[in-house]
Ligand binder design. Structure first.
Ligand code: EPS
Length: 390
């Protein structure tokens, strides 16, 4: 993804020492609170259907640079989350290739090596692409574990957006076959209810059925996917553009959410439902009020028209496939000798849709802050606010 103003890179393996990020382009003078980042990390960790790893980790951020006395200085920000589980993986994940490894080391490495591809995971294509014979080398970076540090980056983005009154949330609308049919009336109500729910669902009865479905899938060694929505309000008109394909806000958001592990579809507003709506039903009519202000009564466009934010609420929907690491092993190939086998299994989640929704919030916030900085410019918060007119 080509970022324009707010750029970052991450590094780290699932069972390596730590996950890291360096963010560049954050203007000076912005208050960043580590405790807010930690709250976001916690939101990503909770969720019904998560595996045992989440009981080991208590993701905590360490800010290593770029912030002094609570505020950004304009310098790059370096973030780190230590993997607690690394203590159990030190030999397996050792950076050093010892010439004379101990028998014990070799045994541990061998135990964690695998060659039986998990269909649906990155194993097959990753092994071929990088010429890796031990699928551990694919798993470690392709794991969704890396989304923890992305949520930390997203939290920095959210804290910038909040200075401009731009705030968002996410909620889960489907897990397996169980769909949310009853939506609370307002976004505030959806947010409050979803935030209290361990499946991020705004209706308690539906949440019960979702938990039930997760239990049932887990009992037979299966996994479940689902759908979620990310909603951001108070977005200014004019983020993104129609002048070039890579500047369209909907296109950028789609890329940002689609590249989260296990995402198979991204929609904006009415999304796939727009296929069966007539033009007269789909498009959000514009009305003019007493004071010449314009308003709409519908938002099928999801806040974007012509690749540009139109001032309405931004609605991004994501569909996650069931996690491919399953106790119920599928037929596959053993890459050691190209023979038929049953897929590798190791500790995993039955369902991670609620966590994925939190990751998607972070990705959306990152794109919004990049677009906001591109539009209003400024090297510090005072300048930015002056440009924004607040
Ligand atoms: C994850 C940590 C992982 C998995 C999950 C996401 O922990 P471990 O592999 O040590 O059990 O729980 O990763 C996947 C589902 C995957 O397919 O890669 C996390 O921190 O979110």
């Amino acid at each position: 993804m080509t970022m324009k103003r707010f750029r970052f890179l991450t590094s780290g393996e699932s069972h390596g020492k730590s996950l890291n990020a360096i963010i560049e382009g954050v203007p000076a003078g912005i208050r960043i609170k580590p405790e807010i980042i930690n709250e976001e990390l916690k939101r990503r960790q909770i969720g019904y259907g998560r595996g045992d790893r989440m009981r080991i980790e208590q993701d905590t951020i360490e800010i290593k640079s770029g912030i002094r006395l609570g505020k950004t200085t304009g310098a790059p920000i370096c973030l780190e989350i230590k993997n607690k589980d690394y203590a159990n993986w030190e030999d397996v994940m050792s950076v050093i290739g010892y010439e004379y490894p101990t028998e014990e080391m070799l045994k541990k490495i061998e135990e964690k090596s695998f060659t039986k591809v998990r269909p649906g995971h990155a194993d097959f294509a990753g092994a071929k692409k990088y010429n890796l014979s031990d699928l551990r080398d694919v798993l470690e970076r392709s794991s969704a574990r890396k989304t923890a540090i992305e949520v930390a980056v997203g939290s920095v983005a959210k804290q910038i957006l909040k200075e401009f009154g731009i705030v968002g949330f996410s909620h889960v609308v489907q897990i397996g076959d169980v769909k949310l049919d009853f939506y609370p009336k307002t976004y505030t109500m959806i947010k409050e209810k979803a935030e209290k729910s361990d499946v991020r669902c705004a209706d308690e009865m539906t949440a019960d059925r979702m938990r039930n479905a997760i239990d049932k899938a887990g009992e037979v060694g299966d996994t479940l996917g689902g759908r979620f929505e990310v909603i951001f309000g108070n977005i200014p008109i004019g983020l993104g553009s129609y002048v070039h394909w890579d500047q369209a806000l909907d296109g950028r958001l789609a890329q940002a959410v689609m590249s989260i592990p296990a995402i198979k579809a991204v929609e904006i507003g009415a999304g796939v439902d727009s296929a069966h709506l007539r033009g007269s039903q789909m498009h959000d009519e514009i009305f003019v009020g007493r004071n010449k202000e314009t308003y709409r009564q519908t938002n099928n466009a999801g806040g974007i028209e012509g690749g540009i934010s139109n001032g309405e609420t931004l609605v991004v929907k994501g569909t996650m496939k069931p996690i491919p690491t399953m106790k119920k092993a599928l037929s596959t190939v053993d890459l050691k000798n190209n023979t038929s086998a049953l897929a590798h299994f190791e500790r995993s989640d039955v369902c991670a849709v609620p966590a994925c929704a939190v990751v998607a919030e972070a990705r959306v916030a990152i794109i919004l802050v990049d677009e906001l900085l591109t539009k209003i410019g400024g090297d510090n918060l005072v300048e930015m606010k002056a440009h924004y007119g607040i």
